[in-house]
Design a protein around this ligand. Structure first.
Ligand SMILES: [Zn+2]
Length: 283
């Protein structure tokens, strides 16, 4: 009896020793510790930590939140875009190749394949050429290709852009003009199709809207792609403001060097360096 009591006392002492108190809990689900031991002011202390399944759960939650934020961002950009049926079907894999449009296909494809460089060097372009050769299709193919890679793109026509801003006036719940312009500033790439097709009212408001967007892109140092049926000369005349100043055209040429499609890309005095880079993509 004496001996048994002795053992019980010893066991009691063992159990109450500080080292055994510091045995860390294990998660019954994943079998990894939910606690760690740290030394604080010379004393050992237990602190809670995430076991493997908890850490995974948190990581998944973070990824979901990031994804949802990305989706919300894309949704805002989509609200500024012209996302109709023709847009959805404009994809490089649906391209109908002809001898004439092969250079256009290569231009678009190379632009997308070199997107990181285009973005870093702020290279856009003014794609100009005759009506009906597929400039809209080309620009929307670029938009879809980059959207599918998670790049934020706004693709719209100049008419749609102006209408959108007019519609925003005094409409509750709609994006206001400032917010619309801000979206055009935030997107990684903006595509304005058929610039010059818009009607210019006497107020000059349409020119002002186009200028605001182009200026926002120049200031944000982000690329802009424009398509137009007008020659650079005609476009310049169209862009001249009510004050007779060619500022919109000049700003545009800073970031969108002209590329004539259907023929070899044409070198222009303005934006020669950027044109050269675009040209080298085609060789
Ligand atoms: Zn666990």
């Amino acid at each position: 009896m004496e001996a048994v009591n002795q053992i019980l006392v010893q066991m009691d002492q063992t159990i109450s020793t500080p080292t055994l108190d510091l045995v860390c809990n294990i998660c019954p689900k994943c079998g990894t510790p939910t606690e760690h031991i740290v030394k604080l002011f010379g004393k050992k202390k237990k602190v809670g930590v995430n076991c493997r399944c908890k850490a995974l759960e948190l990581q998944e939650k973070e990824e979901l939140e990031r994804y949802q934020e990305q989706m919300r961002k894309l949704e805002r950009l989509r609200a500024c875009s012209l996302m109709d049926e023709s847009f959805k079907n404009s994809k490089f894999e649906n391209w109908e190749h002809t001898a004439l449009n092969q250079k256009m296909f290569e231009l678009g494809k190379e632009y997308c394949d070199n997107w990181e460089k285009m973005k870093a060097e702020n290279i856009g372009m003014t794609i100009w050429g005759d009506t009906g050769i597929g400039k809209t299709y080309l620009s929307f193919c670029i938009a879809n290709e980059l959207l599918s890679k998670g790049v934020s793109v706004i693709a719209t026509s100049s008419i749609n852009l102006i209408n959108q801003i007019y519609e925003s006036y005094g409409r509750v719940g709609a994006l206001g003009e400032v917010e619309i312009i801000r979206q055009f500033e935030h997107a990684s790439l903006v595509i304005i199709d058929d610039l010059g097709a818009e009607h210019n009212g006497k107020s000059g408001k349409e020119k002002q809207i186009i200028y605001s967007v182009i200026d926002a892109r120049v200031r944000a140092k982000k690329p802009l792609i424009i398509t137009t049926n007008l020659s650079t000369e005609q476009l310049r005349n169209k862009m001249v403001g009510v004050d007779g100043v060619e500022r919109t055209y000049d700003r545009m040429m800073e970031i969108c060097p002209p590329v004539k499609v259907k023929a070899e890309p044409r070198r222009q005095a303005i934006g020669v360096k950027k044109t050269a880079i675009l040209g080298s993509l085609l060789n």
